[in-house]
Every structure is written in C-alpha cells, then in structure tokens.
Write a protein that binds this ligand. Structure first.
Ligand code: ADP
Length: 473
C-alpha cells in the first residue's frame, strides 16, 4: 500500500495547530504498520535546520498563466523512516510565518497553496513512485482531488480529504479562480455563496472524506459552517476517525522538555515540574492550590469568551492559572492584564513555544478546554497522558475522549459540561477543584487512570489503513 499524504503543516517542520501533529503522527503509525507512506509539504523558512535535505530535482508548476520553478528536496520525518518531500519556492515559502503575519493569510494564499497542490502531484513521477491513495488535508490541499479528476498527477490514484477544522474553508473571490488552472466545469463544485471555496470543492470531489472524531462527523451534518448540505449529500463517504497522540513526542516518561520525568507508577516528578513552573512564572509556591492550565490558539472557537466572563469567579475558587497562547489581540491583552491583576496567582505566556506546552502539560493539575466546538482536540489527550485532569465542554472530539467523573466514578477520566455558558463551565471546574482539595486519594486515582489510558495512534492508524485498503480495491 503506497500513500502520499500532503499537508500545509507537519510537526516539527511547521506547526500552527493540531494539523501539524496529526500529519506527523499518522504517517509514523502507518509506517509501523508496514505502509509505504510519504509526505509532501512546502519548504518553509527554517525547515533546512530541522532535517538534512537532499536535492532531488526541479520542475515547473503552473500557477495561473505563469510557470513557477519548484525545487524538490527530500528529508526524513524525525523518529521515523518516513520520507518527506519539500517543495521549494522561496518567493512563496521563505517567509516569516506559515500562513500570514498580523492576523489573516498572506494575500497570495491561493497562489501559494495552488503551487503546493499542483506541485505535490508532480512528485510521484519525479521520484518514480506510484501512490495508491493521495491523502489531503484541509482547504490548503483541497484542489488535489479535482486535479486528479482532470487528469493531472498520477493515474489511477484515489483521493481522501481529511477535514481537521471546518471553520477554515479557503474562500477566495470567484474571479481569482484562474490561478488554479482548472476550467469552470471542474471548478463548479468549488462555487459557494458567490466565492471560490476550496474546502467545499474538496468535499465534493474527493473519493472519501474523513474528519477527526466520530462526534464531529455527526455534528457537522447539522452545523457545518455553511457546508452542512454538501456534507449531508456526501454522508455515505464521510467517516470520523479519532486522532491519537504521538507517544514519541508526548510521553512524560521520556519527554526532554520537562524539568523532571515521571510515570503513572511514580508520579512524583509531576510535583517537581509544578514547583519549577511556579518558580519560573513567578507564582506563589502553595502546595494545596491546584494549577489550572490552558494551551491554545487564542481563537473564539476555544471558548475564551467563557473564560473571560468567568475569570474572576474562577480565580475565586482558589486556583492558580497559567495560559500559553497567541492569537486574537483582545484575548492576548485580557490575559496579560489578568496576570497583572493576580500577581503570583495567574501567569500568561503570550508566545508559541513547544517547550512550554510540554512543561505546562506536565506541571498543571487541571487542564481547561471549554471549546465552543472542537473537531478532535489534542491537548485533552496530552493532559490525560500527563496526569493533568481535563475539564472540557462535551463537544466533538472532547466528548469522544473525556468522560465525566462525577457522573461515573469508575469510567470517568475528567470533568465535562454541556451548555455553552460561563456558569456551566464554572460548575465543572468547581467539581474538579473540590475533588483535588477534599479527596486527594481519589484525585490521585483519577489521575493515574487517565495516565494509563491508551490514546495512541495504533487503533486510529488501523482505521485509516482499513479505509485505504477498501478504497484502493
Ligand atoms: P487546534 O488544531 O484547533 O489548534 P488542537 O488541540 O487539535 O487544536 O491542537 C493544538 C496543538 O497546538 C497542540 O499540540 C497544542 O499544544 C499546540 N499549541 C497551541 N498553542 C500553542 C502555543 N502557544 N505554544 C505551543 N503549542 C501550542
């Protein structure tokens, strides 16, 4: 089975959100199952520092009426033998950021991702390797199924598109469609509300669709950010496969970002991480106070309006609060000020830092994720693995991975709430804080069970493989 997976983000080369983690972890897991899987992504600035790149060849890629030069490089995905092909064009990809600076996408986003999509389809011939399936991800690569239908790229390859987040659709003025080089017939599925909508076209033209949790796969048929109708039309081709976590990257027993490693059998290192975190962030050393962590893109999707509305009442529960995130300026400002208003009790790191993400996962007692919607969510699974009890809103993938402890003390692994209100969130957080404070033995038990749960990619990678096999038949 030969699979070509194409993504705008692949960790550790380029990461903005969960897409990057999935695009690295799934190929690693598939490779372990004996699949010949290879990746294609842009050669962004800084990639060359992260793997040894070999030049393969160069070819030109049509973008609109122009032919753009593409230098093809190959490297290896760390902790694996998975080949990664990088498409190089410095004009498009040698930039400070992956998608854009200061808010939106770069103005030539359609050109950049047309280049990625068409360029990726030249890779199989360039390296003399025939994929059975081309697996694309999100709007950036959603033109690929239509190119395949139009006879561009490897003959006979089938396509799968995975929707990681329906909130990002890649919408462009209809007049810009000539950039893609596809004729209006081929582009008809991409027309939406007077615009060119890449994700919609991908949904309608791919052979199969997946999304990243069973609950989200259900939810989007009714609430699909304007695409529910097309999703319902393709319901037979749509499955939800839960993401997993990558044990080579997220494992407190071997994680080199931490101050101290620890395990379910010997969790004492967790306390050391908490002490160091408090010291580094200027929080008071109060052993009886639980640390509540958040690590997130600061986007409305993640439920920050609830946190902001309830913030003083949250702090009044007697917690310490630590946030790591970047995004909407008004949220950044809120958390900067909150840290000043609550000296030694609240801290905000307004930055993107892989190291601090790992440290906060390890050091916090409770992880808060009150998302308005959540296709899958990874941090709640990292939290379970790191013994950091998740408090989440029961939506999408959060609902599929976190079970409420108050409702079921045997099966529960965290705390959940359903109604999207500050009060409902506070009730769940209060229950978590009360258990932490009043029933330490129960808390230790809950934490241990969470750490022992299996959220690895093994099962999910098998589900993808079954889908590939069925489709390639
Ligand atoms: P989404 O893809 O919607 O952003 P996920 O929970 O699926 O949400 O994945 C988010 C990923 O991005 C996680 O690996 C999380 O640790 C990481 N992340 C988010 N913000 C930051 C940040 N400021 N610094 C480091 N990692 C971050």
């Amino acid at each position: 089975m030969q699979i070509l997976l194409i993504s705008a983000e692949v960790s550790p080369f380029a990461k903005v959100g969960g897409l990057a983690d999935v695009a690295a972890a799934l190929p690693r897991a598939l490779h372990d199952l004996g699949v010949d899987v290879r990746l294609v992504m842009p050669k962004y600035r800084g990639v060359a520092d992260k793997t040894e790149l070999k030049t393969v060849t160069s070819f030109s890629v049509p973008v609109g009426n122009a032919e753009k030069e593409c230098s093809l490089y190959v490297g290896t995905l760390p902790q694996s033998a998975v080949p990664v092909y990088f498409l190089g064009n410095d004009h498009y990809f040698d930039r400070a950021q992956i998608y854009g600076e200061g808010g939106g996408d770069y103005p030539d986003a359609l050109e950049r991702f047309t280049f990625l999509s068409r360029g990726a389809l030249s890779v199989p011939e360039a390296v003399d390797w025939q994929p059975d399936i081309i697996h694309v991800n999100d709007w950036h690569t959603a033109l690929i199924p239509a190119y395949l239908r139009a006879g561009v790229g490897p003959n006979g390859a089938k396509s799968i598109i995975t929707i990681h987040n329906l909130a990002y659709q890649g919408e462009f003025p209809w007049g810009s469609r000539t950039v893609t080089g596809l004729d209006d017939g081929a582009l008809a599925p991409f027309a939406h509300a007077g615009k060119l909508n890449l994700l919609k076209g991908g949904i309608l033209t791919a052979d199969r669709l997946t999304t990243v949790s069973p609950s989200y796969a259900q939810e989007i048929r009714n609430d699909g950010e304007g695409l529910e109708e097309v999703l319902r039309a393709r319901a037979d081709a749509l499955v939800g496969i839960l993401n997993g976590i990558d044990d080579t990257v997220w494992n407190p027993e071997i994680d080199s970002h931490l101050w101290a490693n620890y395990s379910p059998a010997n969790p004492s290192g967790k306390e050391q991480n908490k002490e160091r975190l408090r010291a580094d962030l200027g929080l008071a050393q109060e052993p009886a106070t639980p640390v509540v962590g958040m690590i997130s893109r600061l986007a409305a999707q993640k439920g920050f309006d609830l946190v902001i509305a309830a913030f003083d009442r949250m702090m009044a529960l007697g917690i310490q609060f630590v946030l790591l995130g970047t995004g909407a300026p008004e949220y950044e400002e809120f958390f900067r000020q909150a840290a000043q208003r609550y000296p030694q009790r609240a801290a905000a790191r307004i930055t993107f830092s892989e190291q601090w993400a790992h440290r906060i996962e390890a050091a916090a007692d409770i992880f808060l994720m009150p998302s308005r919607f959540e296709p899958c969510g990874l941090n709640q699974m990292y939290s379970l693995r790191y013994g950091t009890v998740p408090v989440v809103r029961a939506t999408g993938g959060l609902k599929d991975t976190v079970r409420d402890y108050t409702t079921d003390r045997t099966a529960g692994n965290g705390f959940t709430f359903t109604e999207y209100t500050p009060d409902a969130m506070l009730v769940a957080l209060r229950r978590a804080v009360a258990l932490y404070r009043d029933e330490p033995a129960e808390w230790a038990n809950l934490r241990k069970h969470g750490m022992e749960e299996d959220h690895s990619w093994n099962a999910s990678a098998r589900n993808y493989l079954d889908l590939y096999v069925e489709l390639a038949r």
